[in-house]
Design a protein around this ligand. Structure first.
Ligand SMILES: C[S@@+](CC[C@H](N)C(=O)[O-])C[C@H]1O[C@@H](n2cnc3c(N)ncnc32)[C@H](O)[C@@H]1O
Length: 297
């Protein structure tokens, strides 16, 4: 009788796994099963992160051209899929002090990610149990950060991530906003006062429209705020995210661009929509300062 072959079978990896990528990491993130298979959900997650990587890799390289030791902060990191895959694909081979920080309010996720980074031997990764707003003032982070990412960070966490990036003089921001309810709630509150002022108030009269328009306006205000701080902004669609409604990708690159016009536009949009009270959230430099900076540019 023929004996059964007891030799362990080599795992045949799916083509989505790139050469040199850590199989252990992908298994720990439950993207790959123990026998090296991808299920439908994890194939989608991997596709999403690769798609984002396409945008982030050139930014990492641009920072490297400026100085060694890239610092990246990922806000609302969750299970840190993005951070871990970025580290595995780009940071792993670097020996120049490059570092990824994951900011997350859920302590159990911070603990899990810390443990996983230790297990995988990824010393250039840290996870901090802080809110985005707290991290802006935390001395556990360096004064300057090169790249800030925030992927579906809930509600106003994206705005806090923008504030963090502005204070840290980040060269790049890569933001995929989640729904933000704050602007819609102010539109809703002021509806009685503002409706009738102009036919354009019809755009947010119905409750569903208030929510959707609020969400749209939030991203418009974010873009203007970034431009008002000298950033060049690109807004695109995060394809590969076809199962998510929240697929707007905002990439901001600091270019020290003239600030006067976007600052004026930002104020004008806030005033036109009765959103003046959101001026602190979507702050810009004082118009006089923006004018001085534009004149000096
Ligand atoms: C929808 S998940 C996204 C996780 C991850 N970025 C991803 O795309 O897979 C949002 C995460 O942000 C965290 N979060 C929400 N508000 C936060 C805040 N203000 N500061 C830090 N983390 C926050 C939540 O605990 C959650 O883990």
């Amino acid at each position: 009788m023929k004996r059964a072959d007891t030799k362990p079978q080599a795992i045949v990896l799916p083509p989505e796994v790139r050469p040199g990528q850590s199989v252990e990491l992908l298994q720990e993130l439950h993207i790959l099963t123990r026998d090296g298979k991808l299920n439908q959900d994890s194939r989608r997650k991997l596709k999403q992160v690769y798609h984002l990587y396409q945008f982030i890799e050139p930014l990492l390289k641009e920072v490297q051209q400026d100085h060694p030791g890239v610092s990246l902060v990922d806000h609302g990191a969750g299970k840190s899929y993005l951070g871990f895959i970025l580290y595995d694909l780009f940071f792993k081979g670097l020996d120049d002090g490059s570092h990824i920080y994951g900011i997350e309010t859920r302590e159990e996720l911070v603990q899990k990610s810390t443990e996983l980074a230790r297990k995988l031997g990824f010393p250039g990764m840290s996870f901090l149990n802080l809110s985005v707003a707290e991290s802006t003032r935390s001395n556990q982070l360096p004064e300057r950060i090169d790249i800030v990412t925030a992927l579906h960070a809930c509600n106003t966490a994206t705005d806090d991530a923008i504030d963090f990036a502005l204070k840290k003089h980040a060269k790049f921001m890569v933001l995929v906003p989640c729904c933000q309810a704050e602007v819609a709630s102010v539109l809703r509150k002021n509806k009685g006062k503002d409706l009738g002022k102009s036919a354009l108030t019809e755009i947010w009269r119905h409750p569903l429209h208030t929510r959707e328009f609020g969400s749209q306006v939030t991203n418009v205000l974010r873009c203007l705020q970034l431009e008002a701080h000298g950033y060049q902004v690109n807004v695109t669609e995060l394809v590969g995210w076809e199962h998510s409604m929240k697929n707007e990708l905002i990439i901001a690159s600091y270019k020290n661009l003239p600030r006067k016009r976007p600052t004026e536009r930002l104020q004008e949009v806030l005033a036109t929509l009765g959103l003046e009270e959101m001026g602190e959230r979507f702050y810009s430099e004082k118009l006089a300062e923006a004018e001085t900076m534009s004149a000096a540019e």
